[in-house]
Design a protein around this ligand. Sequence first.
Ligand SMILES: [Zn+2]
Length: 59
Amino acid sequence: MATPTGRPIPLLCPSDQVGRCARCQQPCHRYGVGANPLCQTCRQAVETARQQQKTSPAT
Ligand SMILES: [Zn+2]
């Protein structure tokens, strides 16, 4: 089932795949399949910042 974006997702991965988020140090799915060094919140923040950079003109 697809999970709607914008909702907090509970950690459903094995505990040995849980690590600290590289940004906020919160526990997140860091290792294994589908892992990411950033937690959901930080991933979203980084993505938003990236999109804002893209749309703003470089001077
Ligand atoms: Zn984080």
